[in-house]
Design a protein around this ligand. Structure first.
Ligand SMILES: Nc1ncnc2c1ncn2[C@@H]1O[C@H](COP(=O)(O)OP(=O)(O)OP(=O)(O)O)[C@@H](O)[C@H]1O
Ligand SMILES: CC(C)(CO)[C@@H](O)C(=O)[O-]
Ligand code: BAL
Length: 341
């Protein structure tokens, strides 16, 4: 992506309008809008000054790529409930997009985003044109967590994501950071980065917000035609079928990969017992769906994305519907198997 750096006069202009005001609900202080690091620092300092001698209390950050929807709004509300200061970031991070992905056509709706931030009581919106310029030489690595599932299909995605999340944590200096469970692997990577590298911030996961018919809200849903939107429902249907199978599978279910036909398991996981029953139930729904090209359907441990046979598990799916790549997941509990694993 080519970026034109603002000239000195443009920078001065930007500094003068550092705290441009976006519309806000009456009795609430206006949202401060920061377009670069200097403006952000000024806005955060102003926020701290407003808090007075008692100190700023807790600060929360909600990071987004914009095109805000009710999923983002629920993150903002969760942050507003838990923190005295709420900072939202809006940035379509080029580092996490691979060649041929949708960086250029990613939806950008800044005015509407600002209205949602104002409605949800956000204090500061940080929406820079570019964060790393030039591109950073040093990047974070998600390690093995970044090589499976989404990472296998989007090489480098989680390294680019962590690099910008780390940068935004440093720039916004929050006590709490809120992320959606819809991006489950992202949440696992961020939790591990924060723990492994001692970031000193509390990461909070927020439940996936869905349309009444089950479709997980996603900025990329706008790419779907009405027909594709209907087809996309197969993802959440498959996850629900998998979760139902977990609830009903006996702990000693003896269904193994051998019971699943080649047609139903293209890339068989080494699952057996309840795990295989869950995968088979979800896969059956996907196999019957029109227009859904499955990338992966996997059942993993929510802690490290490794294999799981009993206890808490994440069932994740990624699929292409038309040219749109969608992801979704559901948490479930596998009954303990005969060995009590
Ligand atoms: N339906 C949802 N429910 C709860 N949180 C969500 C939902 N969709 C996105 N989020 C969260 O909002 C934050 C910002 O996500 P992002 O801006 O990428 O939106 P998105 O809808 O996931 O976009 P995309 O379609 O690009 O995946 C992330 O923490 C993400 O997990
Ligand atoms: C966390 C994030 C804002 C980093 O760019 C992005 O991956 C997203 O919106 O989920
Ligand atoms: N919410 C995920 C961001 C991405 O797909 O790049």
């Amino acid at each position: 992506m080519s970026t034109v750096l603002p000239s000195a006069p443009e920078r001065a202009d930007a500094a003068r309008s550092a705290l441009r005001i976006a519309p806000s609900a009456p009795a609430r202080p206006a949202v401060a809008f920061a377009r670069d690091r200097d403006e952000l620092r000024a806005a955060l300092d102003a926020l701290d000054r407003r808090a007075g001698p008692t100190g700023r209390g807790t600060r929360a950050v909600v990071m987004t790529m914009g095109a805000l929807h009710e999923g983002h709004a629920s993150l903002l509300r969760a942050a507003r409930e838990r923190a005295d200061q709420v900072v939202a970031t809006i940035y379509v991070n080029p580092l996490q997009f691979g060649a041929g992905e949708d960086l250029d056509r990613y939806p950008r709706t800044l005015d509407a985003d600002l209205s949602i931030c104002a409605r949800e009581g956000v204090d500061v919106v940080f929406a820079p044109a570019i964060i790393h310029d030039p591109k950073p030489l040093v990047r974070l690595s998600a390690g093995p967590l970044g090589e499976v599932l989404e990472g296998a299909s989007r090489p480098g995605h989680f390294d680019g994501m962590l690099t910008v999340v780390a940068t935004l944590l440093h720039l916004t200096r929050p006590d709490l950071a809120f992320f959606g469970r819809k991006d489950a692997q992202q949440l696992v990577c961020i939790r591990r980065m924060v723990a492994d590298l001692a970031f000193g911030v509390t990461v909070v996961g927020v439940e996936t917000v869905r349309e009444p018919d089950g479709l997980a809200l996603s900025s990329r849903n706008v790419y779907l035609t009405p027909e594709q939107r209907g087809q996309a429902l197969a993802l959440s249907r498959a996850l629900r079928a998998g979760a139902a199978a977990a609830d009903t599978a006996p702990a000693d279910a003896d269904l193994t990969d051998a019971d699943l036909t080649d047609a139903t398991v293209a890339d068989p996981p080494t699952a057996s017992g309840p795990a295989a029953a869950v995968l088979a139930a979800a896969r059956t729904v996907l196999d019957q769906a029109d227009g859904v090209d499955v990338d992966y359907l996997e059942l993993v441990s929510p802690d490290d994305l490794g294999p799981v046979t009993a206890g808490p598990a994440l069932l994740l799916v990624a699929a292409r519907v038309g040219s749109t790549r969608l992801i979704d997941n559901i948490s479930l509990t596998l009954p303990a198997d005969r060995q009590g694993a």
